[in-house]
Ligand binder design. Sequence first.
Ligand SMILES: [Cu+2]
Length: 201
Amino acid sequence: MFSNPLEPFQILVVKLETGIELLINGKSMEINVMRDTLPRILSVFSAAVMLLLPAQAGVQPSKPSNVKEFYVHSVHFDGNANINGDESHPPEPFPDSRLPKGGGLQLTSPDDRGRWKMRSFVFAPSQMTVFSGDHVRLNFVGVHGPKHSILITGPKINEMVEVTRGTMKTVDFFAADPGEVSIYCHDHRPSMTATVLVLKR
Ligand SMILES: [Cu+2]
């Protein structure tokens, strides 16, 4: 849909009879050893180095101004308690409640020392807003939880990605019209959801 701003530099060195030709991302720079003076040869090399430096330093080349980029992290909230109480909590009985099934909301029963735990999986951020006509880039980042199977559905997108801890998966789409794009994690229902709201520009 739009060119990837992180795309690698391509360098091609072509040997000519009279010298060499450097092709950097399709841009030609020719050095003729018979004809060119030393300052000219040095200036071609320094121009090549200037083109390469941003890539080596990890600097992103500029991208279209209407790209809205988000980093969406997998996160879980943890609540720790103890039926007998501890130094930072009063005694709390293990709840007699039924939470929705699906892996997103997890209660861990008291251990032999009375400690019990509540965990809830979410996306952070979970609400994102863009305008119609924006290119949207979602970078899903695995922070908490070993694996997340993430479904992204909306008017112009229907994609599934799997994110493991310590990895990032990128999804691009064009938000042509106002509406809503829904994001679900199949492994952590029903709490791990997010929405991209597309407003009229
Ligand atoms: Cu998940």
